[in-house]
Design a protein around this ligand. Structure first.
Ligand code: FES
Ligand SMILES: [Fe+2]
Length: 389
């Protein structure tokens, strides 16, 4: 993020802190809760969001060198992402063109070529089919026509994007849109990949995203955990086309900066903030002093009330060597034990039909945005405004 923008945000947070105000969406919205339970809506979401939309599947540092790969089935189809010998990022259906077996086992590592476990057809990390076992007996096929099926993909400002279905090349500049410059300034490629986990939950995938959609709940649900670090009821609010950013303030950091009386230009932005991005359609991207967390939410098991969150952590480059313990136990104490615990209660009640409508308040502008862009993309009518008293 550019320095000028950092200072604008710090100024907004300082003012909000001093006046006890926060970002204001200007209206309250009514939310039909069947969006979390309706199998027909889930089927539409699967097609629109998880087949026809470019998805951010990781950071450049997931493929840290030439001839590295990541194989993932998280979108519902097997995808192989590679960085070839020239350093180019590529993505393929991880499906053998012979009889359709998954070629590379799910995971990550190094590899210039990959052999299918069934009959050992072998593919280069450029997708080319380079060996057909006993070709003299199998038949003289034109190998150049049977490489791995390429998927539209692009690497932008340290992020990796793949569309899970075959189609036209991606418009790379449109992927991050107006956020690309800001992401370049975060220096994502300097943050090494550290670890990854999958969180399974009995909640709709959008409910998993919603838990990252406001800090109105910090002083209640997280009063003994996150709220000791981050100031509740205080956030900025910025829309970047379909993406979104809100910034929260560090309690200790703000106390120190205000006590020191230094001008905002001298405040260490990264130490003082938790930056929460929503990247359309399914990513929560967090930047804080400890590094970067990428959370990718997906529907699971074809059930509206089930989701899987794929979470990867990339430590701050200055801390990467010093941090030896997993980030996940502490992270999960908040996200799983508190946020997803609350969301599971909501899902149960929505499933039971006892909460047909919910509300998004004026102080929950991120939730207005997430649901507006999702509904727009699905062709659903906008949420209705709740009349004020
Ligand atoms: S299915 Fe892959 S080599 Fe036969
Ligand atoms: Fe929370």
């Amino acid at each position: 993020m550019r320095v000028q923008e950092q200072q604008r945000i710090l100024q907004t947070l300082k003012q909000g802190f001093e006046t006890q105000t926060t970002a204001d969406a200007g209206e309250m919205l009514q939310v039909p809760m069947d969006g979390y339970t309706d199998p027909a809506q889930l089927a539409l979401e699967q097609t629109v969001f998880f087949k026809k939309t470019p998805l951010m599947l990781g950071l450049s540092s997931d493929l840290p060198g030439i001839n590295t790969y990541v194989a993932t089935n998280e979108t519902g189809v097997p995808i192989l992402m590679t960085r070839d010998a020239t350093g180019s990022f590529r993505a393929f259906l991880n499906v053998c063109r012979h009889r359709g077996m998954q070629v590379v086992a799910t995971g990550r590592g190094e590899g210039r070529q990959f052999s299918c476990p069934f009959h050992a057809w072998t593919y280069q990390n450029t997708g080319d089919l380079i060996a057909v076992t006993h070709k003299d007996k199998f038949g003289c096929l034109a190998q150049r026509d049977f490489g791995l099926t390429a998927l539209p993909s692009a690497e932008v400002a340290g992020t990796l994007w793949v569309q899970p279905t075959v189609g036209k090349p991606l418009d790379a500049t449109g992927l991050l849109g107006p956020l690309a410059d800001e992401f370049r300034h975060w220096g994502l490629t300097q943050h090494p990949f550290r670890e990854t986990q999958v969180i399974e939950a009995d909640i709709n995938w959008k409910l998993a995203i919603d838990t990252f959609g406001e800090n109105y709940h910090f002083n209640v649900l997280h009063r003994t955990s996150l709220a000791t670090d981050i100031i509740g009821n205080l956030q900025t609010h910025d829309i970047f086309d379909r993406h979104y950013r809100m910034v929260f303030a560090s309690k200790a950091g703000f106390d120190q900066a205000l006590a020191a009386g230094a001008p905002i230009e001298k405040w260490p932005y990264r130490q003082l903030t938790l930056n929460v991005y929503f990247l359309f359609p399914n990513v929560i991207f967090l930047v804080d002093p400890a590094g970067i967390d990428v959370l990718r939410m997906y529907p699971a098991d074809n059930a509206p009330g089930r989701s899987r969150t794929h979470h990867s952590y990339y430590p701050h480059p200055d801390l990467a060597d010093a941090i030896t313990e997993s980030r996940f136990p502490g992270f999960n104490k908040i996200i799983v034990d508190e946020d997803f615990w609350a969301a599971t209660s909501i899902q149960r009640n929505v499933d039971a039909g006892v909460q047909p409508r919910g509300l998004f308040g004026r102080n929950e502008p991120a939730l207005h945005h997430y649901h507006r862009v999702h509904r727009d993309a699905l062709g659903l009518p906008p949420l209705s405004v709740l009349p004020a008293d």
